[in-house]
Design a protein around this ligand. Sequence first.
Ligand code: CA
Length: 238
Amino acid sequence: MTDIPGSPNAGPLILVVEDEPQMQRFLRVTLRVNNYRLLEATTGAEALVCAAARRPDVVLLDLGLPDQDGMQVVQKLRSWFTGPILVVSARHQESDKIQALDAGADDYLTKPFGTGELLARVRVALRNHNRLSAAADQGVFATGELRVDHDRHEVTVRGEAVKLTPLEYRLLHTLIRHAGKVVTGRQLLREVWGEAHVDEAHYLRVYMSALRRKLELDPARPQLLLTEQNVGYRLHVD
Ligand code: CA
């Protein structure tokens, strides 16, 4: 584990798990310049020890590690780590992205990516995480024109109360718990309908369009409940 000291007032602590020296250097330079504090690990085993010992704010994890599949590291981390996990991968297959998200990753970056994209993803992940922590404390989630009071099960859009069925509410609530992240179709089906229904993609289509009719200004062009083509859905947060 390499501890890269930042300035005394440096920002969030990022654990970077990457075994390729060139990529490591790029991440180190980019993140340090932008005032993040850094911890570095080069294997999955080291990453897990490091995360447990130092409790980073964000984990940036390469999927292709020398000692174990990065996907396993995501699963193991997710059993206790609640902060954002961003997966970095050279693989282009959609199935890897879906697998990583299913395992609990918040977002993915496909190599090669630029400085701007990296920093934007880290910022968004941190912002979503902070917003969700605040929402959990206050029992109220708000983004744009949507406001959801979890304690009272009240949903308002543009100031008007909206009546949702219990399943619609559960679907919305699940998207809110993952606000800003892509959630795969299977993950939504598992969390809302249960393990036995993970293949019933049509449930999701039916309920998603019902939710859009109730929450979106123009359900045909959703601004809030976004489709991530071939992957799943994302609740847009601003
Ligand atoms: Ca690698």
